[in-house]
Ligand binder design. Structure first.
Ligand code: ADP
Ligand SMILES: Nc1ccn([C@@H]2O[C@H](COP(=O)(O)O)[C@@H](O)[C@H]2O)c(=O)n1
Length: 209
């Protein structure tokens, strides 16, 4: 059953995925099989398959209401109780969930990463260790532009419009204030070697207890 849930929060393109994935990749072969798993908050964006594309592109994806956090809490509790869960798979190009899901087994250490993990009190209560990746917003924007064009099928115009309309204002309303709920604040994003090693050591220590 899952014993420790580590939340990695921070702005979009701050380096949450890189940080989480680096820890996971560097530990997965060292630990006993199935000891560590990752779940993304983005997987819990609400299904919008019933809406036309013209509606989907207008959704505010940086507001807490865009996520089905209730389902995420339910899944985290099931994992703690030792049950497997079927996590949705999100399609950023289609702005909705794919029809397939991903089965996640109850690993002892679960890393979860996402923009609004520390802003929702119900979700926050589920985490044992809370980390906030604190990368300057202009750097996040540059990285997001590159990533969204290469990986999420976006144009420069759509990225700039969305950034002004929702990404930046929601960051100041919800994400930035949630930093104060973190146990650890990590500067410089996904390549902060010292921070990665500290979390890795903590995980190894927890698994030896
Ligand atoms: N410290 C860093 N230096 C250079 N590039 C980085 C750094 N951290 C993240 N990136 C890159 O920036 C992009 C966004 O990072 P990602 O980890 O996906 O952000 P998030 O999960 O917070 O949205 C990715 O292409 C990633 O490889
Ligand atoms: N259909 C969607 C859904 C989400 N987004 C953006 O994704 C960001 C969160 O994901 P990160 O990997 O960047 O943390 C969030 O800022 C949403 O604006 C989107 O553009 N389209």
């Amino acid at each position: 059953m899952t014993q420790t849930i580590i939340a990695i929060a921070g702005a979009s393109a701050s380096g949450k995925s890189l940080f989480s994935q680096t820890i996971y990749n560097e530990l997965v072969n060292e630990l006993e099989p199935g000891a560590i798993a990752i779940i993304e908050e983005d997987a819990y964006y609400r299904d919008q398959s019933h809406l036309p594309m013209a509606h989907r592109v207008k959704t505010n994806y940086d507001h807490p209401d865009a996520f089905e956090h209730e389902l995420m809490v339910e899944h985290l509790r099931k994992l703690r109780a030792g049950c497997a869960v079927d996590v949705p798979i999100y399609d950023y190009n289609e702005h909705t969930r794919a029809t397939e899901t991903r089965r996640v087994l109850p690993a002892k250490i679960l890393i979860v990463e996402g923009i609004l993990l520390l802003s929702d009190p119900a979700l926050r209560d589920e985490f044992d260790i809370k980390v906030f990746i604190d990368t300057p917003l202009d750097i996040c924007l540059m990285r997001r532009m590159q990533r969204d064009i290469e990986e999420r099928g976006r144009t420069i115009q759509s990225i700039v419009e969305q950034y002004k309309r929702t990404v930046r204002p929601m960051f100041y309303q919800f994400i930035e204030p949630s930093k104060h709920n973190a146990d650890l604040v990590v500067t410089r994003g996904g390549k902060n070697r010292v921070a990665i090693d500290i979390i890795k050591s903590k995980i190894k220590h927890l698994l030896q207890e």
